[in-house]
Design a protein around this ligand. Structure first.
Ligand SMILES: Cc1cc2nc3c(=O)[nH]c(=O)nc-3n(C[C@H](O)[C@H](O)[C@H](O)COP(=O)(O)OP(=O)(O)OC[C@H]3O[C@@H](n4cnc5c(N)ncnc54)[C@H](O)[C@@H]3O)c2cc1C
Length: 297
């Protein structure tokens, strides 16, 4: 931390996701939490630290970085901001309900990961582990109802569909993202353990990267089309799912369990489910064919 302060998002009681301040190294911030984090009075705390001359790294969604900059109302040389390419953020209300169901089933002494890369990075999993790290629940992004609803844009906050803080409109120094479809451009990085993209938006960002470069395995590229192939949300916001409002009305007005509703809404039509089954079948055949030929997958 080099005497600086870090602000980022992490879990507090009952797995609520909030922004907090840290002046010591901690794993509190590690891992993406696919929900809108609660900002509270954090911008004021950042301002106080900056005015007292402390070096600050603020990490958050693009809109949260813009919110901070608006609140500060002037540039600070001692501030570095980091955001990510953002699909959109799910409603905290839906997350609270889902987390409550998980705690009811597995107890409150659990660890939750929205993006466990143990099985695979491409098809990451939502996992729940106990205090000893034993897996109690693990479902991939195509199976877990919370992740499915997030990726189908059912649970996103309404404002996300009109998000303007994309492309060059973002105000952060550094943008982090997953390098989806890396296999099409840089095969040597395609290890399914996870490849990130670091986008440098300012001189400050470039300076910071120079400091950490010796610890990275990296390759530079300057063609934005490479990034956009796998990550169109860098430029364009997601469209909300057509039945999103129906889902929110139903969840607020019925006493039905959130898991039941998420599962029902993410099931897809008969046609979609058929298509998915065929795709899975083809993928399995290709995998076994490659294995039979003794090549790496
Ligand atoms: C809601 C959301 C949507 C995303 N959508 C995309 C996408 O469409 N495409 C893509 O390539 N990448 C997306 N990402 C980014 C991706 O999940 C990774 O965060 C990124 O690749 C960096 O990974 P990492 O493992 O290095 O860092 P991570 O461990 O994931 O953490 C990076 C930082 O993000 C902050 N953070 C985590 N969760 C939140 C949150 N809910 N709100 C604010 N800050 C948070 C933490 O403070 C941490 O410092 C999204 C992230 C989030 C939280």
């Amino acid at each position: 931390m080099a005497g600086g302060i870090v602000y980022g998002a992490g879990f507090i009681d009952n797995f609520r996701v909030v922004h907090i301040r840290a002046d010591k190294k901690s794993d509190f911030f590690f891992g993406s939490k696919y929900v809108q984090s609660y900002i509270g009075t954090i911008y004021r705390e950042v301002k106080k630290d900056l005015n007292s001359g402390r070096r600050v790294l603020f990490s958050g969604a693009p809109c949260q970085v813009i919110g901070l900059k608006k609140c500060l109302n002037r540039e600070y040389e001692n501030l570095i901001t980091v955001d990510f390419i953002c699909h959109g953020v799910p409603s905290p209300d839906i997350w609270d309900r889902y987390a409550a169901c998980l705690m009811k089933k597995y107890g409150s002494n659990i660890k939750i990961s929205f993006r466990d890369k143990n099985l695979s990075w491409n098809e990451f999993s939502f996992t729940v582990r106990d205090g000893e790290d034993k897996i109690l629940y693990s479902k991939t992004l195509n199976e877990d109802p919370y992740l499915k609803a997030f990726l189908k844009n059912i649970t996103l906050c309404e404002a996300c569909s009109n998000c303007n803080f994309r492309g060059s409109n973002r105000k952060s120094d550094i943008t982090l993202a997953d390098f989806w479809r890396v296999e099409e451009y840089f095969t040597k990085f395609n290890d399914n353990a996870g490849t990130s993209v670091i986008i440098l938006n300012s001189i400050q960002g470039k300076k910071l990267l120079e400091i950490i470069k010796p610890q990275l395995v990296y390759q530079e590229f300057h063609d934005y089309h490479i990034l956009l192939t796998g990550n169109p949300t860098y430029m364009e916001p997601q469209m909300l799912w057509l039945k999103r409002n129906k889902f929110f009305k139903e969840i607020q007005n019925s006493d039905k369990d959130v898991i039941y509703l998420l599962t029902r809404y993410t099931k897809g039509s008969l046609w979609e489910r058929g298509k998915r089954k065929v795709k899975q079948g083809i993928r399995k055949i290709i995998k076994s064919f490659i294995l039979l030929n003794g090549k790496e997958i």
